[in-house]
Design a protein. Structure first.
Length: 317
């Protein structure tokens, strides 16, 4: 018995606490959330770093991979995620079909089931459904990823699509990760990353049933006049990134949903690490970092991802 106990992976109190927030979910969902939380260099800490590579679909292969041509091969990204110690790897259907079998069981996979392209743009964006829950199960994924655009005139359809997909995913034991990006005719470009809009977008994702919510790091800009009055009246702190992060996490059921932040546009390593440290100080659960990682040479990418992980861990790993 002693040998058995020594060989077991011990669930940390923090991971158990996080799983307790999802009491309405079945054992399959909780197991898959635990697989993400117990993977990689941050395992057991309650923090996560996910490598997403949907940029080829969203922005084109040349804009995404020409800077580091190894990235044209999906296997390169999976190996980068594994070698750097990421918690999970997310990608559209085609990329996972290329290499899911070769890396089965090595890292949790997330299937991005809706995607858009940049060959046509609109002030009211909507992504197309490009794969299914059955595809996610066939490929051994732990969850599905889905983008919504709060503020788009097509938001009703998107909310209905994720409601249906989320129901099927949860019944099948899969975690639901929502990318929540506010865009639309009534939201300014500056407002897309304003703190009031980001907090609202994160809350909408939580209300739609997301287990994990991805948003952009917020600025101090307040875009909505009605919201601006409330922020000023009640003294909601938004001056620093840590303050803003704390407010976004608070907006997701007072911190009872996992909120992670994108890496955003390309930045220098120093600027990116500084931003991540502020996110961590504000209580972010982690980062989901694509171009800022995989467009660098592999050695540099791994070093950067390790710095990001250590920022969330609060020390060397």
């Amino acid at each position: 018995m002693d040998n058995f106990k020594r060989g077991r992976q011990i669930m940390t109190p923090r991971v158990r606490e996080i799983l307790s927030w999802y009491g309405s979910d079945n054992v399959g969902v909780l197991t898959n959330l635990a697989r993400i939380l117990n993977q990689g260099k941050l395992k057991g800490t309650g923090k996560m770093v996910i490598l997403p590579v949907d940029q080829g679909f969203e922005h084109g292969p040349h804009r995404s991979f020409a800077k580091n041509p190894d990235g044209y091969d999906p296997a390169y990204h999976l190996e980068l995620a594994i070698e750097s110690g990421c918690n999970a790897y997310a990608a559209p259907l085609g990329a996972l079909e290329v290499c899911a079998r070769d890396y089965a069981g090595e890292i949790p996979l997330i299937l991005k089931i809706n995607n858009s392209d940049s060959l046509y743009t609109s002030k009211s964006p909507i992504s197309a459904l490009t794969s299914t829950i059955d595809d996610a199960l066939r490929l051994g994924c732990v969850g599905i990823g889905f983008t919504i655009y709060p503020g788009s005139s097509h938001r009703k359809l998107m909310y209905e699509e994720i409601a249906a997909a989320s129901k099927k995913a949860k019944e099948a034991g899969l975690a639901v990760i929502i990318w929540s990006y506010s865009r639309g005719e009534q939201i300014t470009k500056e407002g897309e990353t304003g703190i009031d809009v980001i907090a609202y977008a994160a809350h909408i994702a939580a209300q739609l049933g997301a287990h994990i919510i991805k948003v952009k790091p917020p600025t101090s800009h307040l875009d909505q006049e009605a919201a601006k009055k409330v922020y000023n009246e009640y003294g909601i702190k938004v001056n620093t990134m840590a303050d803003r992060t704390r407010h976004v996490v608070q907006s997701c059921f007072n911190g009872k949903r996992i909120v992670i932040f994108s890496g955003g546009e390309a930045k220098s390593t120093a600027d990116l690490v500084e931003e991540v440290k502020a996110l961590a100080q504000g209580g972010a659960f982690g980062s989901i970092m694509g171009r800022n990682a995989f467009q660098r040479p592999k050695k540099e990418s791994i070093e950067l991802l390790h710095q990001v992980m250590e920022a969330f861990a609060g020390g060397r790993l």
